[in-house]
Ligand binder design. Structure first.
Ligand SMILES: Cc1ncc(COP(=O)(O)O)c(C=O)c1O
Length: 404
C-alpha cells in the first residue's frame, strides 16, 4: 500500500473492454485474471443472472438443493470425459483446491490408510492463496516463501520434461509413495508461476506415474478450464484420467465467483458410508450460490452455441505470428504461446510500474508479473483488438529494454 501506484477507477465494462471513470477505454488483455471468456456483460449471461436474481439470489445448500446447481452439476459431469461425475461447489479456486486436498487425504483415511498426508506438486506450480493451497505451490514463489515452517511441508518435484527431471521426479515419487495422498498439477500451463508451458506428454508421464505408484491425481484446471488452451479442458489433450479436478475462474464466464471440485465415482465411493465420520466435512456458506450456478449454466450455453474453441485456436495462430518477432528485443528470453495464452519471458522485469502505465497509455490493460509480459485475452477478442495488444507490446518493449 505504501509504494503501489494508485489504482485506476473502473466505471463499467463492455465487450472486451474496461471503461474508466475518466472515459478512457482499455482493451482487457488479461480477461480480469483469466475469467472473462466471453468478454464482459454478455447479454445471455446478464439476462440469465437477472432472472435468477429475481427468483432466488441465494439459499443455503444444506438440506436444500436447487435447479441451477443440479443442472450445472449434470452438465459438468457430461462435459468432463470419463467417470468425473461428482461435483462439490466452492466459492473460489483456492477453496476448491483445499477441498480437493482434503478429499484426497480423507479418501485414504476412509480406507484405513492414515499415513498418506502429503502431496507431490511441481516447481513453478500455483494453486491458490489459502494455507494448504500455498503449501503445494512453488515454495520460492512470491510471498509464500515467508511462510516456510508454518505451512505443511510437501514434496515439490520438477516436471518430468527430460531424462534428468524425469529421474528426479521418479525418485521423489518412489521414495515417498507410501506417504503421498495425491499428485497435484496444473495441466499444460503453469500460469501464475510464470506462464510456463509443457507438452501433453509431460502430463501423461505424471499421470502414468501416479497410477503406477497408486496415488491419486488432481488436475487443477482453474486457470485453463473453458477453452483457454484450445480445448474445453486442458487435460483432455493428454490421454489421462484424473481422479479429482478443480474448476473455477472462467466457469461463470467471469461474471461472478464460483469454483468446483469434481471427483470420480470411485473417489466418491470412499465417502459413502453409514458412518457419519466418513462424510466429507466441508461447507462454504455460499456454496452452490444459485446466481453463480445460473451464470455458469449460461456460460456453458455460450460454449455450446458460439465458436469459442475456434476463436481460441485463431488467437493462438495470431499470437504466434505477432509475438514471435519480439524474440529479438534485448532482454527477451523466450516467447511462449499455447491456445489463448501468449507470454514474453524477460530476464528481469525492471521498471514494472512504468511498464504497466505505458500499456494503459496505449489503451491496453496488461499486467506483467514475475518475469513475464503476457496476454490471456477474452476468447471473444477481435483480431484487431488482439493486434492492438501485440502492437502495444512490440512498441513498448524496446523502449522498456532501453531504460535498464
Ligand atoms: C491454477 C490455479 N489454481 C488456483 C487458483 C486460486 O483461485 P482463486 O484466486 O479463485 O482462489 C488460481 C488463481 O490464480 C490458479 O491460477
Amino acid at each position: 500500500m505504501q509504494t503501489a501506484p494508485a489504482p485506476l477507477h473502473a466505471a463499467r465494462t463492455a465487450g472486451n473492454r474496461i471503461i474508466l471513470d475518466d472515459g478512457r477505454e482499455l482493451i482487457d488483455a488479461v480477461s480480469s485474471w483469466w475469467t472473462a471468456a466471453h468478454g464482459y456483460n454478455h447479454p445471455h449471461i446478464v439476462m440469465t443472472m437477472e432472472k435468477q436474481l429475481h427468483d432466488m439470489p441465494h439459499v443455503m445448500f444444506g438440506g436444500l438443493i436447487h435447479k441451477p446447481a443440479e443442472q450445472l452439476a449434470a452438465r459438468l459431469a457430461t462435459l468432463l470425459p470419463g467417470p468425473l461425475n461428482r461435483v462439490f461447489f466452492a466459492d473460489s479456486g483456492s477453496v476448491s483446491v483445499e477441498v480437493a486436498l482434503k478429499m484426497a487425504v480423507q479418501f485414504w483415511i476412509n480406507q484405513g490408510d492414515r499415513k498418506r498426508n502429503q502431496f507431490l506438486s511441481f516447481h513453478d506450480g500455483y494453486h491458490g492463496d489459502t494455507l494448504a493451497a500455498m503449501s503445494v505451490t512453488d515454495p520460492d514463489e512470491g510471498m509464500h516463501a515467508l511462510f516456510r515452517g508454518y505451512l505443511p511441508e510437501q514434496i515439490i518435484a520438477p516436471l518430468p520434461r527430460d531424462n534428468a527431471t524425469g529421474a528426479e521426479f521418479g525418485l521423489l515419487l518412489e521414495t515417498h509413495k507410501e506417504e503421498i495422498a495425491a499428485i497435484i498439477i496444473e495441466p499444460l500451463v503453469q500460469c501464475a508461476g510464470g506462464m510456463k508451458m509443457h507438452d501433453p506428454e509431460v502430463l501423461k508421464t505424471v499421470a502414468d506415474a501416479a497410477r503406477d505408484a497408486g496415488v491419486l491425481l488432481i488436475c487443477d484446471e482453474i486457470a485453463v478450464n473453458f477453452g483457454r488452451t484450445g480445448t474445453l479442458f486442458a487435460y483432455t489433450q493428454a490421454d489421462v484420467a484424473p481422479d479429482i479436478i478443480c474448476l473455477g475462474k472462467a466457469l461463470t464466464g467471469g461474471a461472478i465467483n464460483l469454483a468446483a471440485t469434481v471427483s470420480t465415482s470411485d473417489v466418491f465411493g470412499a465417502f459413502l458410508s453409514d458412518d457419519p465420520d466418513a462424510a466429507l466435512m466441508h461447507g462454504p456458506t455460499y456454496m452452490a450460490n444459485p446466481l453463480a450456478c445460473a451464470a455458469a449454466n449460461a456460460s456453458i450455453d455460450l460454449f455450446e452455441t458460439e465458436p469459442r474453441l475456434q476463436q481460441a485456436s485463431a488467437i493462438e495462430k495470431q499470437l504466434e505470428r505477432e509475438l514471435t518477432p519480439l524474440a529479438h528485443v534485448p532482454g527477451v528470453v523466450e516467447i511462449r504461446v499455447k491456445g489463448a495464452v501468449g507470454a514474453v519471458e524477460v530476464f528481469d522485469l525492471h521498471n514494472l510500474d512504468w511498464l504497466k502505465a505505458q500499456f494503459v497509455d496505449a489503451g491496453v490493460w496488461l499486467r506483467p508479473f514475475g518475469n513475464v509480459i503476457y496476454t490471456m485475452p477474452p476468447l471473444t477478442v477481435t483480431p484487431s483488438e488482439l493486434t492492438s495488444i501485440t502492437s502495444a507490446m512490440a512498441e513498448i518493449l524496446p523502449r522498456w529494454a532501453e531504460r535498464k
